[in-house]
Design a protein around this ligand. Structure first.
Ligand code: HEC
Ligand code: HEC
Length: 262
C-alpha cells in the first residue's frame, strides 16, 4: 500500500505538460471566473466535481475546454469569452489539482516524520523562508500549525465543511509542487516602488485607504503611506517548486512532518 502510494506520487510528479506559469494562470482564471459558482475547490455545484479529474459531460481535455468556451445551454453554466489557450490553461489547472487529488479518499503516502523534519531544516532549506515555532524566517507564512485544519476561502454561499485529513495532505502537497497556483491573498508577495525610487518587496500584511503594511524580505514590518507609493504590484511566488528538488520518498517524509505540525 505504501509502495503503491509512492508510485502514484512518482507518476504524479512526472505528468506535466503545461509550464507552471501557464497552470498558475489557469488557476487565477479559475478562481476569478468560476469559483463564484463552483467554489474554490470546484465542488460546490451539486453533482459536479471539477477537481476530481472526472467530468460528466466530457471525457477529453478538449471537450472540457469546449464546455468552458460554449457553456451548457439551458443551465447556469454560461459560455466564457476565453481564447482556446486560456480555456486550455484552466483545464491544465483543473488537471493539475486533480493530479494531487487522485484517489481522493486515499491519502498521499506519509513517510517518516523525523526524516521529514530533517529535510525541512536541511536539504529543503524551508527555514530560510518559513518559521516553525521559534526557528526560521518570516519571508513566507508561519508553518508552526500548518497541519491543522483551516477553513477554506468562501466566495459565496455557506462555508464549506472543514477539510478532511486527506484534503489537508493534498493541499500541502499542492503547495510544495505548484506553489504559485493557489496562493492565499495574505501570502502573496508584492513589490512596492516608492516615489523616491526605493523598492520594497514583501508579504502583504494589511492594506487600507492610506497605508500599506508589509513584511519586507529582511522580516521588518514596514508601514508605507500610499501617497508615497508610485507602483504596487503582485509578484510571482518566491517559493520554488519541489517537484524536481525532492524525491517522492523525501516528499512523503516532508508531508508526514508538515501534517504533524498542529
Ligand atoms: C453562474 C454559475 C457558473 C459559473 C460562473 C461557471 N459554471 Fe461551470 N457549471 C455551472 C453549472 C450549474 C453546471 C452544471 C450544468 C449541468 O450539467 O446541469 C456547470 C458545469 C460545468 C462543467 C461540466 C461538468 C461536468 O461534470 O461535465 C464544467 C467543465 C464547468 N462547469 C467548468 C466551468 C469553468 C472552468 C468555469 C469558469 C471558467 C465555470 N464552469 C463557471 C455553473 C457555473
Ligand atoms: C524562497 C522562499 C521559500 C522557500 C525556500 C520555501 N517557501 Fe514555502 N512559501 C514561501 C512563500 C512566500 C509562501 C506564500 C505563498 C506563496 O507565495 O506560494 C509559501 C507557501 C508555503 C506553503 C503554503 C502555506 C499556506 O499557508 O497555505 C507551504 C505548506 C510551504 N510554503 C512549505 C514549504 C516547505 C515545506 C518548504 C521547504 C521544502 C518551503 N515552503 C520552502 C516561500 C518559500
Amino acid at each position: 500500500m505504501f509502495l503503491t502510494a509512492i508510485f502514484t506520487l512518482a507518476l504524479l510528479l512526472r505528468q506535466h505538460t503545461f509550464t507552471p506559469d501557464e497552470t498558475a494562470e489557469g488557476g487565477r482564471l479559475f478562481q476569478s471566473n468560476c469559483a463564484s459558482c463552483h467554489g474554490s475547490a470546484g465542488d460546490q455545484v451539486p453533482g459536479v466535481a471539477l477537481m476530481s479529474g472526472k467530468f460528466r459531460r466530457a471525457s477529453t481535455d478538449d471537450e472540457v475546454a469546449r464546455i468552458i468556451r460554449n457553456g451548457i445551454p439551458g443551465t447556469a453554466m454560461q459560455s466564457f469569452n476565453f481564447t482556446e489557450q486560456q480555456a486550455a490553461m484552466v483545464v491544465a489547472y483543473l488537471r493539475s489539482v486533480a493530479g494531487t487529488t487522485t484517489a481522493s479518499s486515499d491519502m498521499p503516502a506519509l513517510g517518516d516524520t523525523s526524516r521529514g523534519k530533517a529535510i525541512l531544516e536541511g536539504k529543503g532549506q524551508c527555514l530560510s523562508c518559513h518559521r516553525v515555532g521559534e526557528n526560521g524566517s518570516r519571508v513566507g507564512p508561519d508553518l508552526t500549525s500548518i497541519g491543522a485544519p483551516r477553513p477554506a476561502a468562501v466566495f459565496f454561499g455557506p462555508p464549506p465543511p472543514a477539510p478532511t485529513p486527506a484534503a489537508i495532505v493534498q493541499q500541502l502537497l499542492h503547495s510544495l509542487l505548484d506553489p504559485d497556483s493557489e496562493v492565499a491573498p495574505a501570502n502573496r508577495t508584492y513589490r512596492t516602488v516608492l516615489k523616491d525610487g526605493t523598492t520594497i518587496t514583501g508579504r502583504l500584511l494589511n492594506l487600507d485607504t492610506f497605508t500599506i503594511q508589509l513584511f519586507d524580505s529582511k522580516e521588518r514590518l514596514m508601514t508605507l503611506q500610499r501617497s508615497d507609493v508610485r507602483d504596487f504590484a503582485l509578484l510571482k511566488s518566491p517559493m520554488p517548486s519541489y517537484r524536481d528538488k525532492l524525491t517522492p520518498q523525501e516528499l512523503s517524509d516532508l508531508l508526514a512532518y508538515l501534517v504533524s505540525l498542529k
